[in-house]
Design a protein around this ligand. Structure first.
Ligand code: DGJ
Length: 779
C-alpha cells in the first residue's frame, strides 16, 4: 500500500513500513524502514523526523535559509555530491562544464498501478503499486527518477532509479545506485557471501563500526567472489528471532553493496552497479536505467526474511513454463566423462540412468567442434562427427527411445581462438586490438555490446535448439573479464562495456527463452559465478557450485538459502572420493544434501555396482515422492550442534528434515533433530528410513562378535560382509508439532560401547533424513 500524507510517503507491506518525506530544502529525507508502524496522518509521522536546530560544526549548510541542515548529517533517499553530503553517493554525474555537483530536488510524485517497464533490464513481475518520484537538477537540466514498488504480501519493496539527460550537452554518468538506506545508528552486522571457484558463498559477518565497507564484484558477472545478496541484522538476530534486512539486486554484472558509518554515527547502505570502471555517456534525451534492488525486512529472524525472498523469487522473479513446475531429476555427463564422450558411452550411461529412475539425460561439454580439451572449438556449435557419428538428432532420438528427455550444454558467450568463429570474426571479442590478451580457460569473451554478435548467437542457438528434441539447456560461462574493450564501441564509451555486455546478454536470453518457452534453462558459470536474480529472470535454476563434496556443499547450499529458494539451487550426487576434494562421503550423505533443491547425478552410473545402483534408484524414487517439498517447500535452517535443515509442505502436513555431522566427537551420543514450520497442536508421525550397514564399515571390530578370527579386508571378511548386515536404528514416534519443533532425542550414536539396532551408526560426515507426516484424524 502506498500512501501520501502531505509531504510524506508511507509504503506498507503486510509487516513492514518504509517512510520518507520531503525536506523543506526539497531533498527526500529517509525516515524509517522496518517493522510495520501505524500511521494515519502526517502528525503521526512527526516523531520519526530528526529535529535539527543547528548544523554540526565544520560542515556545510545546504543554504542560508536553512542553517539547521547539513546534508552530511541527514538521512536521505539519494545522496549526491557537492552540496554537503560527503558520504558514499547514490548518483555521480560529470556535466559538460566539468562539474560533478548535483542538486536534485523534488519535482513531483505519482502512484502507478503497475511496474513501469525497465527497457534494458529484467525486473520483478506482478506488481500493482508503484511510487514514482521525480527529482530535477535545474542547473544542469537532468532528471533523476526514483521508483518504489511495493509487494504487499511478500513483504518486499523494490527500488530503482533512472537518469534522464534533458540538456543539449552530453553528461557522463559515473555512478547510479539502485537503492539507498540511511539508518539512525550503525548497530548492525553486515553479512556478505564471498568465495571463489568451488568455494562459493562463505558467510562473513562484519560488525559495522566505522568507515566504509564494500562488497562488490569486478569480474564482469555477479561472481562467486561476492554474491549481490547481503544482509543487515542486529547482532543478536538468530534464525528465528530478531531484526534483519535482506538486500539483493536484479542484475548479473558487476555489483556494489556498501555500508558507511558517517561522522555522526548514522549508517548508509547503498547497492547498485559497481561504479569502478563504469561511466556512461548520455546524450541529449538519453536515459539510463539502474537495475532493480530488492529489499525485505523481518523482525523474526533470518528464516522469516529468507521465506519472503523465496516466495518473491518463485512468484515474481522466475517466470515462464517452469516457474512453478516440478523439475526433472537429471544425469549430467561431465564428471563421468569430462571431454571424452561418444555416442556409445552416452547411450550406455543413459540406459543405466533410466534403470535408476533418472528423467533427463544431459550431455555436457565436449560434443561439438574438435572439443577434446578446453583449448578449442568454443564458438563452433556443430556436433563432432568423431564423437557423434550419426549426428546430434540421432543421439537425442536414441536417448528418447530409452525413455529419457535430452538436455545439452552450451557456452555461447565464449570463443576459443582456435575456432572457425574466431578465425572468421576476430573483431567480435572483448579484446584490445593489437595487444597481448589475457585469457581464462584458453577462451575469450564474445562482444555482446555488439548487436550483430547478439543476433548471430540468437540464430546459432535457435538453430541448435530446434535441431533435435532438446528439453533442457545448461548455459555455462567460464571466465571473468580481462582486456576490457569492445571493438564495436567508440573510445569514449569503453567504460560502458561491462554494463552493455549484460544488456546484450539479457537481449539474447530474452529472445531464446521466448522462442523456446518449454526448454528448461539452467544457469551455470564455473558453478556459482553468476548466481543472481538477473539470471533467474531467464533461467529458473542455477548450478550452485562445481564443488559436489557433500560437506562443502552443505555450507554452500545453506548460504544460498538465505537469499534464494530451493527451486533455484541445482545439486548433484557425484562420485567418491569427490573430484574436487578427494573426500569420501557415503552415498546417503551425498543424496541427503543434494535432495534439498533440484536433484541430479553426475557420476558414471554404468560403472556402479548393482547394489549402488539399487540404492540410487531408491533415492530417486524417494525424491520423486517428496519432490514438491524439496523444490518448493518452506525451508528452515535450524541452529543447533549438528547441521539441521527442515523443509515443510505448504499445508504444513508433511516435512522432511536432515541432520549432518562433520566430525565425530567421542562420547557425544545424544543428538537431537529439531523440526520447524509445523502446526503446534496437531499430531505427526515422525520416522526415518530403515537402513542396513555393511559390516566392513566397522573394520576389525568384527572380531568382537565373530567366533573365529577374521582378518580385515580378507576374502573371509568380504564373504561375511555379503551375508551379514548391520541393522540401522529405527526412529518411530507419534507426537505433536510443538514437541517435534522443541526437538527429538534420537537413538544414541555409536561411541565405542556396543552396537545394536538401538544405536545410530553415525561416523564422520554422517547424516540422516527424517520424515514427518500428519496423523490421520482417527489415529
Ligand atoms: C564448468 C561447469 O561448471 C561444469 O559443470 C562443466 O559444465 C564444465 N564447465 C564444462 O566445461
Amino acid at each position: 500500500m502506498i500512501k501520501q500524507y502531505d509531504q510524506s510517503f508511507v509504503l506498507e507491506t503486510a509487516h513492514t513500513s518504509y517512510i520518507f518525506r520531503l525536506l523543506p530544502t526539497k531533498q527526500l529525507e529517509h525516515l524509517y524502514y522496518g517493522k510495520k508502524l501505524t500511521v494515519s496522518s502526517s502528525k503521526d509521522i512527526e516523531p520519526l523526523i530528526e529535529q535539527h536546530a543547528f548544523a554540526p560544526g565544520n560542515t556545510n549548510i545546504y543554504d542560508e535559509e536553512h542553517p539547521e541542515y547539513s546534508l552530511e548529517d541527514m538521512r536521505l533517499e539519494a545522496g549526491m555530491i557537492g552540496k554537503g553530503d560527503i558520504r558514499v553517493p547514490f548518483v555521480e554525474i560529470i556535466h559538460a562544464d566539468g562539474s560533478s555537483t548535483n542538486d536534485f530536488l523534488y519535482h513531483d510524485a505519482k502512484i502507478n498501478t503497475s511496474h513501469t517497464p525497465i527497457k534494458s533490464l529484467p525486473y520483478a513481475l506482478n506488481n500493482k503499486e508503484e511510487l514514482e518520484v521525480t527529482l530535477v537538477d535545474e542547473t544542469y537540466a537532468v532528471t533523476l527518477k526514483l521508483y518504489y514498488n511495493v509487494y504487499y504480501e511478500y513483504d518486499i519493496i523494490t527500488r530503482r532509479a533512472v537518469v534522464i539527460n534533458n540538456n543539449k550537452d552530453d553528461i557522463r554518468l559515473n555512478r547510479l545506485m539502485s537503492t539507498q538506506l540511511d539508518f539512525l545508528n550503525h548497530n548492525f552486522v553486515f553479512t556478505t557471501f564471498n568465495g571463489s571457484w568451488t568455494n562459493e558463498m562463505n558467510r562473513h559477518d562484519h560488525a559495522v563500526e566505522s568507515g566504509l565497507y564494500i562488497n562488490a564484484s569486478f569480474t564482469g558477472g555477479s561472481s562467486s567472489r561476492a554474491n549481490p545478496f547481503v544482509m543487515l541484522s542486529d547482532k543478536h538476530t538468530t534464525e528465528d528471532e530478531g531484526d534483519v534486512y535482506g538486500l539483493n539486486l536484479i542484475y548479473s554484472g558487476n555489483h556494489y553493496e556498501a555500508v558507511e558509518v558517517g561522522s555522526y554515527g548514522k549508517m548508509r547502505f547503498v547497492s547498485g552497479i559497481n561504479p569502478q570502471n563504469f561511466s556512461f555517456l548520455l546524450e541529449e534525451g538519453e536515459i539510463f536505467e539502474s537495475p532493480e534492488a530488492v529489499m525485505s525486512f523481518s523482525a523474526h529472524g533470518f528464516n522469516d526474511m529468507s521465506m519472503h525472498m523465496h516466495s518473491f523469487i518463485n512468484d515474481c522473479i522466475v517466470r515462464g513454463t517452469w516457474q512453478h513446475q516440478e523439475r526433472p531429476v537429471l544425469l549430467n555427463s561431465w564428471e563421468a566423462n569430462y571431454f571424452k564422450i561418444n555416442e556409445q558411452k552416452l547411450i550406455k550411461q543413459a540406459k543405466a540412468a533410466k534403470k535408476a529412475g533418472i528423467e533427463l539425460f544431459v550431455m555436457d561439454d565436449g560434443w561439438f567442434g574438435k572439443r577434446d580439451n578446453d583449448q578449442s572449438s568454443l564458438g563452433d556449435w556443430q556436433y563432432d562427427p568423431k564423437k557423434l557419428p550419426h549426428g546430434l538428432k540421432h543421439l537425442v532420438d536414441k536417448i528418447n527411445a530409452i525413455g529419457l528427455d535430452f538436455g545439452i550444454w552450451v557456452e555461447p558467450e565464449m570463443v576459443n581462438v582456435d575456432s572457425d568463429l574466431y578465425r572468421n570474426h576476430p573483431n567480435w571479442t572483448i579484446e584490445i586490438p593489437g595487444c597481448n590478451q589475457s585469457e581464462g580457460r584458453h577462451q575469450r569473451i564474445l562482444d555482446l555490446c555488439n548487436p550483430e554478435v547478439v543476433d548471430y548467437l540468437t540464430d546459432v542457438m535457435s538453430e541448435l535448439f530446434s535441431s533435435a528434441n532438446i528439453k533442457y539447456v545448461k548455459w555455462d560461462m567460464n571466465r571473468t573479464f580481462s582486456d576490457i574493450y569492445s571493438p564495436y564501441l567508440p573510445a569514449n564509451r569503453q567504460q560502458e562495456v561491462f554494463h552493455r555486455y549484460i544488456i546484450g546478454l539479457y537481449n539474447l536470453l530474452n529472445h531464446l527463452t521466448h522462442s523456446f518457452p518449454d526448454i528448461l534453462f539452467e544457469g551455470c558459470a564455473s558453478g556459482g559465478n553468476r548466481f543472481d536474480l538477473g539470471m533467474l529472470c531467464f533461467m529458473p535454476q542455477i548450478w550452485a557450485s562445481d564443488n559436489t563434496d557433500a560437506i562443502c556443499r552443505y555450507k554452500i547450499q545453506n548460504s544460498y538459502s538465505y537469499g534464494y529458494p530451493l527451486s533455484a539451487i541445482s545439486n548433484h550426487v557425484s562420485s567418491t572420493p569427490n573430484h574436487q576434494t578427494l573426500r569420501t562421503t557415503s552415498l546417503d550423505t551425498r543424496y541427503n544434501v543434494a535432495c534439498f533443491g533440484i536433484l541430479g547425478y553426475e557420476t558414471n552410473l554404468a560403472d556402479l555396482s548393482n547394489e549402488a545402483l539399487e540404492e540410487i534408484a531408491k533415492q530417486i524414487a524417494h525424491y520423486k515422492a517428496h519432490r514438491k517439498i524439496f523444490q518448493f517447500g518452506t525451508f528452515y535452517r535450524v541452529n543447533q550442534e549438528l547441521h539441521n535443515w527442515c523443509v515443510v509442505s505448504d499445508d504444513q502436513e508433511e516435512a522432511v528434515g536432515m541432520i549432518l555431522q562433520e566430525l565425530v566427537l567421542p562420547n557425544h551420543q545424544f543428538h537431537q533433530f529439531i523440526a520447524r514450520g509445523l502446526k503446534k497442536d496437531i499430531h505427526y508421525h515422525f520416522f526415518n528410513e530403515e537402513k542396513q550397514y555393511n559390516v566392513k564399515l566397522f573394520g576389525d571390530l568384527i572380531n568382537t562378535a565373530s567366533p573365529v578370527h577374521i582378518k580385515q579386508d580378507s576374502l573371509a571378511h568380504q564373504v561375511v560382509a555379503k551375508f551379514v548386515k548391520m541393522p540401522g536404528e529405527v526412529e518411530d514416534m507419534h507426537t505433536t508439532g510443538s514437541i517435534l519443533m522443541h526437538g527429538v532425542c534420537l537413538k544414541q550414536a555409536f561411541s565405542a560401547n556396543g552396537y545394536n539396532e538401538q544405536v545410530r551408526y553415525f561416523q564422520d560426515f554422517a547424516s540422516r533424513l527424517y520424515f514427518i507426516e500428519k496423523e490421520s484424524e482417527k489415529q
